[in-house]
Design a protein around this ligand. Structure first.
Ligand SMILES: NC(=O)c1ccc[n+]([C@@H]2O[C@H](COP(=O)([O-])OP(=O)(O)OC[C@H]3O[C@@H](n4cnc5c(N)ncnc54)[C@H](O)[C@@H]3O)[C@@H](O)[C@H]2O)c1
Length: 328
């Protein structure tokens, strides 16, 4: 078992990483508490059953799998269910699944009755190494990703790397894009390990190491005004690609992979990154005309007035935030 504690504006929370955790989940839950379990309809039912068994008092809400559920309409549908079920302040929301579930259920938890406690149980690689930690929760509009959201830290994050055994290879690879990002911006030795070693042989380590890197940025700048923006490496173009293709062509990590390659200024580093991305069968370019993407790029949340900030990697393991050449 590996454990991390993450400091946030309302205290600190534990992240537990343990293979087999889901089978012993009851030790982490309070049997006297009422839990609203939120999951998408494609997550393997055995995981939902483990959570239901560990939470004797619960209500389960399922929503359609996929990025398009991070929408105002799905958000509103879930809020209506909570009202109809008379869910009160003493309930706790449990998000079980990938980043879509964590973001949507987390956003619901952040605003329903001005906030219910939130437990994240991430089951995709991307959610385990990234979206479940740091408190960002959000939904999209048709034209802009994560444009409506808040910073709402969970009270606990419970990670069972065994769930990765049922995840399909494309999803696993998409998660690897975010892990590669951590190496690129913060830790050359980690990047080399990802590039040269067998990550699946020791998920616990790679998940822990990724979250240790993420924690540094989140604790230093929880509200994303300065250094945390480094985690956005590859995301400005990545988010624009996702929006441009209406969330249909690329998984989030795939779009980030292309975004990292396209934003890098140094050709030597770019070649190393491409080699690593190819190991995980990730895309590195897209035929879209750049002018077409600009509209979406300019909606990036990191933009301030007429200025867009982007993240570049000056040497592997070290990043800078620079003013972009794209103008609104
Ligand atoms: N909040 C943040 O800080 C943050 C960070 C990075 C990404 N994100 C968001 O995360 C989202 C992407 O998340 P994702 O890649 O996890 O996709 P996802 O949540 O759509 O999950 C992918 C699919 O995998 C299925 N699934 C989940 N766990 C499984 C398992 N163990 N076995 C088999 N199938 C399983 C789900 O049912 C779903 O169909 C994007 O919306 C992105 O914006 C948020």
């Amino acid at each position: 078992m590996r454990q991390l504690s993450v400091k946030s504006h309302n205290g600190s929370y534990d992240v537990i990483i343990e293979s087999g955790l889901l089978k012993n989940l009851s030790q982490y839950m309070d049997k006297d508490l009422f839990y609203v379990i939120i999951a998408d309809d494609l997550i393997p039912s055995e995981y939902i059953n483990h959570v239901k068994n560990a939470c004797p008092q619960h209500f389960l809400i399922l929503f359609p799998s996929g990025e398009t559920s991070k929408s105002l309409s799905e958000f509103s549908r879930i809020i209506d269910i909570l009202i109809t079920q008379n869910i009160r302040k003493d309930a706790c929301v449990v998000a079980v699944g990938g980043g879509v579930t964590g973001d949507l259920a987390g956003f619901v938890a952040s605003v329903y009755l001005r906030g219910l406690p939130l437990i994240q149980i991430p089951t995709t690689l991307l959610a385990q190494i990234d979206s479940s930690v740091g408190g960002k929760v959000a939904i999209n509009t048709k034209e802009a990703k994560n444009i409506i959201g808040s910073i709402y830290p969970p009270i606990k994050v419970l990670i069972d790397p065994n769930t990765l055994k049922t995840l399909d290879q494309r999803q696993l690879n998409a998660g690897m894009a975010e892990m590669i990002k951590y190496g690129m911006i913060a830790d050359k030795a980690f990047f080399e390990k990802i590039k040269n070693e067998e990550v699946a042989a020791d998920w616990d380590y790679y998940i822990f190491k990724s979250l240790e890197i993420k924690r540094r940025y989140v604790e230093a700048d929880e509200f994303d005004n300065s250094i945390r923006q480094s985690l956005n490496f590859g995301h400005t173009i990545g988010h624009a690609l996702e929006s441009y293709y209406e969330y249909k062509k690329y998984l989030h990590g795939e779009a980030v992979a292309i975004g990292m390659v396209q934003i890098l200024s140094n050709p030597v580093i770019k070649a190393e990154l491409i080699e690593c991305l190819k190991k995980y069968h990730l895309p590195t370019s897209d035929p879209v005309n750049f002018d077409e993407l600009k509209k979406y790029i300019n909606r990036d949340k990191k933009g301030r007035k007429d200025l867009l900030k982007i993240v570049d990697v000056t040497e592997i393991g070290s990043s800078v935030i620079v003013k972009s050449q794209f103008k609104i």
